[in-house]
Design a protein around this ligand. Structure first.
Ligand SMILES: *[C@@H]1O[C@H](CO)[C@@H](O)[C@H](O)[C@H]1NC(C)=O
Ligand SMILES: *[C@@H]1O[C@H](CO)[C@@H](O)[C@H](O)[C@H]1NC(C)=O
Ligand SMILES: *[C@@H]1O[C@H](CO)[C@@H](O)[C@H](O)[C@H]1NC(C)=O
Ligand SMILES: *[C@@H]1O[C@H](CO)[C@@H](O)[C@H](O)[C@H]1NC(C)=O
Ligand SMILES: *[C@@H]1O[C@H](CO)[C@@H](O)[C@H](O)[C@H]1NC(C)=O
Ligand SMILES: *[C@@H]1O[C@H](CO)[C@@H](O)[C@H](O)[C@H]1NC(C)=O
Ligand SMILES: [Ca+2]
Length: 522
């Protein structure tokens, strides 16, 4: 009794932790009146077997047509049990795998016995929901009269078009699948989504308590959330950032491939094949926890015309809320996010504005950040432009061309960065948005330099002409920066080199003229 109460408490507690995201919005009052604040939302988990469509292959595998006797591994010589499809009390049809048992009466689907040994006794059980679902708890399959010694659980994410193994089960993994036996507790955060072969659920123990085969979801969650799943935020954060993690728990179909029944020993007893068969009484997630995949955009998932459908919010639509509603396509569609806790956001918290499709969780900063921002963007959300680029203010942040190259003139600018409107920082004398022009009084020659001569203050003298503000072209008998100096000054040899003294005087004169000119200009 106490155990049952504790069990129910655990169930409730679990429901509240796992069903944390079941609100889509709340009315909050602000200065501008009441507004809706939107959150991530998720329908409450439900029973996975209620809407399951089940199909068994091959068609004749269910026992009772024609009626057949069988015995059990516990009572191998008391073969008085009967399976008869035409008698409701003795029939074992597939729907008994998903019924609600009452009054402690166990009901089960059962196959024909292994009369055709050594041909293998094979059966497939396909389960479909016509809806993407997410596991939030262990799948448990209950076998009566012993668990299979070889079995595979497969899943499909595309309504049965393609399949992949989910977990292998065997009493000898090496022998059956050529795989090393593993347990979920051997998995680390890095290889949590590895498909393993386990020997945990295939042995014959002969005890009634070992009827169950599990696909362990809680134990996988625990790798991130801690042993009692107390740290769900950590798990949710990983769900956002770790590639393939959410997909691992997502499916539209499941399939059990039963490859060899319980043997009750090492060998098949060929003289008593009536004790070998499969019998399944229940397929369920342990605490009835499976949820519709609605991409965190719905708080309800309802059965409509026989199909589960998310009741999409946040202006999304589609069976899994995987599209924007007509007329709401201005922003690209995104799944809702578990982050930030406790309510999440209707769209991805780590918005990368379409410049990256990968986020990563940085443990020591406790943040999620975009990885490898493209289109010359950078920042936690790819919301900034890389150095050397500036934000085009008239483009949306998710525009591929939102960051425009600064294009600063290398010779005219101090560095290749620019301000928010694309203006570069110019060296002395340079100007223009890209620093590819000179201010008045400067000329361009691989950068800006002060004019040597011009038509106003720095006139070339003695008939000299100013060449592109760079130098005076002097008549033969004159020299100097402004042609101010006669080559025949001071009675010296006009054709020879000027004396050092005179040369110095000329230089001083030039400097003086230049100084005066510069002063006059300012
Ligand atoms: C079970 O499904 C697998 C995969 O589609 C198929 O190869 C196999 O033949 C099926 N087995 C039976 C008994 O239908
Ligand atoms: C599956 O569900 C969709 C709606 O979500 C419906 O249109 C379709 O007919 C369903 N398919 C089957 C086989 O029920
Ligand atoms: C997962 O990784 C752990 C540690 O890195 C390793 O010990 C373990 O064998 C791996 N499991 C599988 C199934 O590869
Ligand atoms: C959905 O659209 C309506 C109408 O434009 C708007 O008021 C509301 O905020 C939108 N919801 C979200 C979550 O964007
Ligand atoms: C800025 O974006 C607008 C709108 O996309 C575009 O028309 C314009 O050409 C862009 N400007 C630059 C400098 O790229
Ligand atoms: C960039 O620099 C130019 C020129 O100095 C200035 O006019 C403009 O306002 C600046 N823009 C920003 C965003 O700082
Ligand atoms: Ca049952």
């Amino acid at each position: 009794m106490l155990l049952r109460a504790a069990f129910l408490l655990l169930l409730q507690c679990l429901a509240s932790t796992l069903g944390q995201y079941n609100m889509c919005k709340s009315l909050v009052s602000t200065d501008e009146g009441s507004v809706w604040e939107h959150y991530a939302c998720q329908p409450s988990p439900g029973s996975m077997k209620d809407y399951m469509r089940i199909k068994v292959d091959p068609p004749g595998i269910t026992c009772g047509n024609p009626p057949e006797r069988f015995c059990t591994l516990e009572n191998p010589y008391l073969c008085s049990d009967e399976c008869d499809a035409s008698n409701p009390d003795l029939a074992h049809p597939p729907q008994l795998m998903q019924d609600r048992e009452r009054n402690g009466l166990i009901t089960y689907w059962q196959t024909v016995t292994w009369g055709r040994h050594p041909e293998p006794l094979l059966a497939n059980i396909s389960m479909s929901w016509n809806k993407s679902l997410e596991l939030t708890d262990d799948i448990q399959i209950t076998f009566e009269y012993g668990r299979p010694t070889i079995m595979v659980l497969d899943k499909s994410m595309d309504h049965g078009r393609s399949w992949q193994p989910y977990q292998f089960y065997a009493d000898d993994c090496q022998d059956a699948f050529n795989m090393q036996p593993k347990q979920v507790r051997d998995l680390s955060p890095a290889n949590l989504t590895r498909v393993i072969c386990t020997e945990q659920y295939s042995g014959w123990v002969g005890s009634k308590n070992d009827k169950n085969v599990k696909f362990e979801v809680r134990e996988r969650f625990a790798v991130f959330a801690g042993p009692r799943l107390q740290n769900m935020d950590s798990l949710y954060t990983r769900m956002e950032s770790m590639k393939g993690l959410r997909d691992f728990f997502t499916f539209t179909n499941l399939r059990l491939r039963l490859l060899r029944p319980a043997l009750g020993g090492t060998y098949v007893q060929r003289d008593n094949l009536l004790k070998y068969f499969y019998a399944i009484s229940n397929i369920e997630s342990i605490f009835a926890h499976t949820q519709c995949k609605c991409n965190l955009h719905a708080s309800q998932c309802l059965l409509i015309d026989g199909n589960l459908q998310c009741q999409c919010e946040h202006n999304t639509t589609g069976p899994d809320c995987q599209r924007c509603k007509k007329g709401f396509k201005a922003k690209s569609w995104k799944a809702g996010s578990y982050l930030p806790p406790p309510n999440g956001t209707p769209n991805t918290y780590c918005e990368c504005y379409g410049h990256s499709n990968r986020c990563s969780f940085i443990d020591y900063l406790n943040i999620v950040t975009c990885v490898s921002c493209k289109h010359n963007t950078r920042g936690q959300n790819c919301q900034h432009c890389r150095l050397g680029y500036f934000r085009n203010a008239s483009a949306e942040l998710d525009d591929e061309n939102v960051c425009v190259e600064c294009n600063c003139n290398q010779l005219g600018s101090i560095h290749d960065r620019c301000n928010g409107t694309g203006f570069c920082q110019c060296k002395d004398g340079a100007t223009g948005a890209k620093c590819d022009d000179c201010v008045p009084g400067y000329y361009w020659k691989q950068g800006c330099y002060p004019n040597v001569c011009d038509e106003e203050m720095l006139l070339c003298q003695n008939g000299g002409t100013c060449y592109m503000n760079q130098k005076c072209i002097c008549p033969p008998e004159f020299k100097g920066v402004l042609c101010q100096q006669s080559r025949c000054e001071a009675g010296k040899d006009c054709n020879g080199a000027p004396s050092a003294r005179l040369s110095l005087a000329a230089l001083l004169l030039c400097a003086l003229i230049y100084l005066l000119a510069t002063l006059a200009q300012h």
